[in-house]
Design a protein around this ligand. Structure first.
Ligand SMILES: *Cc1c(COP(=O)(O)O)cnc(C)c1O
Length: 407
């Protein structure tokens, strides 16, 4: 009965058998992780796996990076949670460091990525009414087809992924979707009511889709000309992954609002933020938005350390160099079980030739060989190792992929 209702077949029933009390909103691979260190995790039977997913870039610094664990432990010895009803002595240092990393004035701290996106939407609407002068309740936001911005009802309402939407309506109005990668489609969709363009500078969940060169620069120009905010969801693409601090840096573009999450919590805690200048983020007034846990001292201490680690540029350089290494390795697979490779820094989408199996099947076979990857959209596997991974470890993982594809 259960499998009939999940629609997940074998994966659903296996998940149900292993975790009978966990709601089946995921269909995890057959591995139960008990420990992690750096780029490696160990399962409950003591088997080791190289982690090429890094929790969707939340673990950019590797599992339990000593500097981040130290920041956490130090703060645990002082105070963990205060609420924003009172100030805590960690939030301003974290906000100051993050604002500097982004070249912006203000930071609004939240917890999860979806909350950062929701916050960005609220800020854009409030800016539209209070600064731009849009008619009450008429604000519209342009988004891209194929987007992934999280799982709340407002956010899935402007997704075009049926499994994210079906059964969860009615949805929040006010969003217009245009094809990803086409800046002129954005220009054509703008009306007097448009307050923002919300896009991923590289679409992660869609399969590491890299837009044509010049796309982000053109969006910046259009937004400037039309008095519309440019909101970059850098939750997965940002904080070192692509070899620069932000994926927008690849085109030298600065958005009006950065939406950050995932790696901002150092792979330890959920920490997210919206970062912008006074003229935009300053529209939010006391009492209009908040979060019980957002900006808590523990999160701020870990977030501050994560930002400090990024401010040296060391992780960005490493992602760039390792990414070049990975690119060379992956290029050899094209025509040999792989139809296409898209790569930016240490972040690759690899399209598997259907004749060799689905993305899920390849991920299962890689699991048997000690390599963790995640499939997306049927034929794609995504490779996003912790940035602390070694080139020799990447080579080993590629050798496992070669053996899997060789059958
Ligand atoms: C993961 C992700 C989110 C949502 O983050 P959660 O912490 O899972 O809520 C939003 N946008 C992008 C681009 C993401 O990759």
């Amino acid at each position: 009965m259960t499998t009939l209702h999940t629609g997940l077949g074998a994966a659903g029933s296996a998940a149900a058998a292993a975790e009978p009390h966990v709601a089946r909103n995921y269909a995890p691979l057959e591995v139960t992780i008990a420990r992690g260190e750096g780029a490696w995790v160990t399962d409950i039977d003591g088997r080791r796996y190289l982690d090429l997913l890094a929790a969707y870039s939340a673990v950019n610094f590797g599992h339990r990076h000593p500097a981040l664990v130290a920041a956490l432990e130090e703060q645990l010895g002082r105070v963990a949670l205060t609420s924003r009803a009172f100030r805590n002595d960690r939030l301003e240092p974290f906000a100051a460091a993050l604002a500097e990393l982004c070249g912006k004035d203000l930071v609004l701290p939240m917890n999860t990525g979806a909350e950062a996106v929701e916050t960005g939407i609220k800020v854009a609407r409030a800016w539209g009414y209070r600064v731009k002068g849009v008619r009450p309740d008429a604000a519209r936001i342009i988004v891209a087809e194929g987007n992934f911005h999280g799982r709340t009802t407002t956010i899935v309402g402007f997704s075009d992924d049926d499994s994210a939407r079906d059964g969860f309506g009615p949805f929040t109005p006010g969003f217009d979707a245009v094809p990803y990668g086409d800046a002129e489609a954005i220009a054509a969709a703008i009306t007097d009511d448009t307050v923002a363009v919300l896009i991923e500078p590289i679409q992660g969940e869609a399969g590491v889709i890299i837009p044509p060169e010049g796309y982000l620069r053109r969006i910046r120009e259009i937004c400037d000309e039309q008095n519309v905010l440019f909101i970059a969801d850098e939750i997965q693409s940002g904080l070192g992954r692509v070899g620069t601090t932000f994926a927008c840096d690849r085109e030298g573009v600065v958005p009006d609002l950065y939406l950050l999450g995932k790696a901002l919590g150092g792979g330890i805690l959920p920490v997210s933020a919206v970062v912008g200048d006074e003229d935009v983020l300053g529209v939010i007034r006391p009492g209009e938005h908040g979060s019980t846990f957002g900006g808590n001292p523990l999160a701020a201490a870990v977030g501050l350390r994560a930002v400090e680690m990024l401010s040296t540029g060391e992780f960005q350089e490493r992602a760039l160099a390792l990414g070049e290494h990975l690119r060379q390795g992956l290029d050899d697979f094209i025509g040999h079980g792989v139809t296409a490779v898209r790569i930016a820094g240490l972040w690759a989408g690899v399209d598997i030739d259907p004749a060799f199996g689905t993305g899920r099947e390849i991920a299962e076979k890689l699991l048997d060989r000690g390599v963790l990857v995640k499939d997306t959209h049927g034929q794609t596997i995504r490779i996003a190792p912790p940035i602390v991974v070694r080139a020799t470890e990447l080579d080993w993982a590629l050798e496992q992929l070669r053996l899997v594809l060789a059958g």
